[in-house]
Design a protein around this ligand. Structure first.
Ligand code: ATP
Ligand code: MG
Length: 717
């Protein structure tokens, strides 16, 4: 027990031992929330004797889940199955693999990523004789996304023995969408949205299934809770209802997914949802130097909609935060790379201790070019999308064929390498499959001798797949992949093709599986592996190589690095142009939180860089307002930043602020009695001109609320 509580402060210890009831931990970045959560998990296992199969621990990314599994394994030792340390999506997959048959879907349903969705759509466009057009494509995908914003459509998908119907009368878009649902059902494919929606439907329609899961998951804990969406919140709430044990940790100042439905209110108003909820605050920051921390604190303090909670530094003083200003992007990139070389040479930094963060993927290009020129190893999380590459998807489709023989994988690889099964023979197969209600692979097996298929590579393909299925249980996943690549002729085909990069990527895939098998120290099952990879978004590839890590700020959530460069800190980038144009405080505040997340990733040294030039839209570039919002004394300034440019920048920012806060008429004075359409009557306690709002004490509410001075529905009484 001591071991688990060692290295934790008293508040963290309290979090660890508060295993029963509804508990939330609210604390700033680097205060040891994730650490407390990990130790609490181990505590429940080691000290309460609960099996890991009875604890659900939700993290935000697969990467975070792996990391937590690794740490937990260190603490609890042994070979226990920690499969319930997972993401929301990963959890849904587990539930569905076990119980989806209740919705008349097979347990070996396939998970569709965006690429797969596009393949299905392309087929529909072809079938319907429509022209492919990127815009329509995106529009349809967006509409599908909207349809899947709630769970109604699921009913159509799960009608037993029936395909979703297509109404001829509907407009073209809705016909396409209906066809899409139909296709999805044919391949038994679920996309990311479906996963959550199907679980909801499953639980709603089968109370005993919900109860089974409630009975199984005695303890539920969630990391990064501030970024949970309503659906996600409802899911954990529902699951926790019976046992009443829910533990969440988060930092409302780090909510950066509002645009995707995240809402920090579940964190902030936790005690309203669960009476008797216990709250624990953590105040010490263990991650960063006081210099970095004060800058983060000073920055986030500019947000109005927040609960104040400064962090106290624990670490000794370090160096000042650097603001570098370049004359153009190339100079900015060159300076960054030269500083990196210094860090490596003078401070003996490993490349993997350095991270370069940015607001959007395109910003990495200049730095990348410079890193390549200087021969410095780097890895990009996101953007690069290893698992989206053609050869990787092909290789995985082979594994999926062994496991599921699903239509999607079949279509992907049946004619790669060429087996003379082109469009015509494929539509023959499709027709037969549809008529007879079989999968494409079964149909191929049945008709392999048929005239239309006799002189093709059908039989050798079948032989290969059958052989692989047969040896499957005796091989590790890595071995299976190697064999599959050989017996199907895929590897030979790629060799002939002569694209070294593709071959390298295939080797890299194999390598990543071997590595995974080794770190886990147990044999993973093919199904489990496939499930895991299909949930890989982008950033989850092994980061063991000694290389600099490049990623967006969103991806960097929860991570930490000794040396951090936040690049492209310009107006219209961070904050981004949309937030500025909208002229709404909320958009800007989310951008500021993003900046806060970025700076709080740094442990020892932090560099904020930007440069002159023009934005894509032709607008002159200025340093970000987030740089100026923090007092000069926090920075060590490098580069030629003319006084006149600073003035210009400040004027530009002021102008956008003025627009944003343009008053709409006369203002009320302090003390005025007012009426609000929702909160009712109250008195103006304070007028804040800078923030352009009133602080109103409403008679009904416990605490004053900030109300914009532009809000027209606030009436004088
Ligand atoms: P974020 O909000 O960014 O996710 P967090 O609150 O989850 O941050 P952690 O990642 O858990 O913070 O911890 C930050 C760093 O501080 C880690 O390196 C962790 O090991 C270390 N740390 C946490 N608690 C302690 C402690 N009590 N003593 C020493 N180091 C600690
Ligand atoms: Mg964390």
């Amino acid at each position: 027990m001591e071991e688990l509580l060692d290295g934790l402060n008293p508040s963290q210890q309290e979090a660890v031992v508060s295993t029963e009831g509804y508990v939330r931990v609210i604390a700033g970045a680097g205060s040891g929330k994730t650490r407390a959560l990990t130790h609490r998990y181990a505590f429940i296992v080691n000290e309460l004797g609960i099996d890991p199969a009875n604890i659900l621990s939700v993290t935000f990314t697969n990467k975070a889940a792996h990391e937590m599994r690794r740490r937990v394994k260190k603490l609890i030792g042994g070979e226990q199955d920690t499969g319930f340390i997972t993401t929301y999506h990963g959890f849904c997959v587990r539930v569905l693999r076990e119980d989806i048959h209740r919705l008349f879907y097979p347990k070996n349903f396939v998970i569709l990523d965006v690429e797969d969705q596009k393949i299905l759509l392309r087929e529909i466009f072809e079938d319907m004789g429509l022209k492919l057009n990127d815009k329509t494509f995106k529009r349809i995908l967006d509409k599908i996304g909207i349809l899947k914003g709630n769970t109604h459509y699921v009913q159509q998908m799960i009608l037993r023995g029936q395909m979703p119907s297509v109404e001829e009368s509907g407009d073209l878009d809705s016909q396409i969408i209906q066809q899409y649902l139909k296709k999805q059902k044919r391949v038994y494919g679920l996309d990311f949205d479906d996963l959550l929606n199907f679980v909801f439907t499953l639980f709603e329609q089968n109370k005993e299934v919900l109860e089974k899961w409630q009975d199984r998951l005695f303890y539920i804990q969630v990391d990064e809770f501030q970024d949970s969406s309503l659906k996600q919140f409802e899911l954990v709430k529902m699951l926790a209802e019976k046992q009443g044990n829910l533990f969440v940790v988060g930092d409302p100042d780090q909510t950066i997914y509002e645009w995707r439905g995240a809402d920090p209110k579940y964190m902030v108003d936790f005690e309203n949802y669960f009476t008797d909820a216990q709250t624990i605050f953590l105040k010490e920051n263990y991650r960063s130097t006081p210099e970095i921390l004060s800058l983060g604190n000073a920055l986030i303090r500019n947000n109005y909609f927040r609960v104040d909670k400064d962090m106290l530094p624990v670490n000794p003083s370090g160096v000042k935060v650097v603001h570098y200003h370049g004359k153009d992007e190339i100079q900015e990139a060159k300076w960054i790379v030269s500083r990196i070389k210094q860090l490596v040479e003078k401070k003996r930094a490993n490349l993997s201790e350095i991270a370069i963060l940015y607001r959007a993927n395109y910003l990495s290009r200049f730095v990348e070019q410079e890193l390549i020129a200087e021969n410095i190893e780097y890895t990009i999380f996101g953007g690069f999308k290893f698992f989206d590459r053609l050869e990787i998807k092909d290789a995985l489709a082979h594994l999926r064929m062994i496991a599921f023989q699903d239509d999607l994988s079949f279509s992907r690889i049946i004619n790669v390498p060429k087996r003379q099964i082109g469009k015509k023979r494929m539509s023959f197969l499709r027709e037969k499959a549809e008529e007879e209600g079989r999968s494409l692979y079964e149909t191929l097996k049945k008709y392999a001798d048929h005239d239309r298929l006799r002189r093709t590579g059908a039989q050798s393909f079948i032989d290969a797949i059958e052989y692989l299925k047969e040896i499957r249980s005796r091989r590790k996943v890595s071995e299976l992949l190697q064999e599959a690549m050989q017996v199907t002729g895929y590897e030979a085909y790629r060799r002939e093709d002569g694209d070294q990069e593709r071959l390298d990527n295939m080797t890299e895939l194999l390598h990543s599986i071997v590595q995974y098998e080794q770190t886990l120290g147990e044999d993973i099952d093919l199904d489990e592996y496939l499930q895991m990879v299909s949930l890989y978004t982008d950033n989850d590839r092994a980061d063991q190589i000694d290389s600099i890590k490049l990623m967006t700020i969103h991806t960097a959530k929860g991570l930490e690095y000794p040396y951090v460069f936040v690049i492209g800190m310009s107006e219209s980038v961070l904050p981004n142009v949309r937030a500025i144009r909208q002229r709404k405080e909320r958009g800007l505040e989310e951008e500021r939180r993003l900046a806060y997340v970025a700076v709080t990733r740094a442990e020892q040294e932090l560099y904020l860089t930007e440069s002159e030039g023009f934005q894509n839209g032709g607008q002159k570039k200025y340093p970000s307002r987030f740089i100026f919002e923090v007092e000069d004394r926090f920075y060590d300034r490098i580069g030629e930043l003319d006084e006149s440019l600073i003035e210009e920048a400040k004027e530009y920012i002021r102008a956008s602020h003025r627009l944003e806060k343009e008053p709409s008429g006369d203002f009320f004075e302090k003390g005025t009695r007012v009426k609000h359409p929702v909160f009712g009557e109250g008195s103006i306690q304070e007028v804040d001109e800078k923030k352009n709002n009133y602080l109103v004490f409403f008679d009904r509410l416990k605490a004053p609320r900030p109300i914009s001075r532009n809000f027209k529905k606030l009436e004088k009484l």
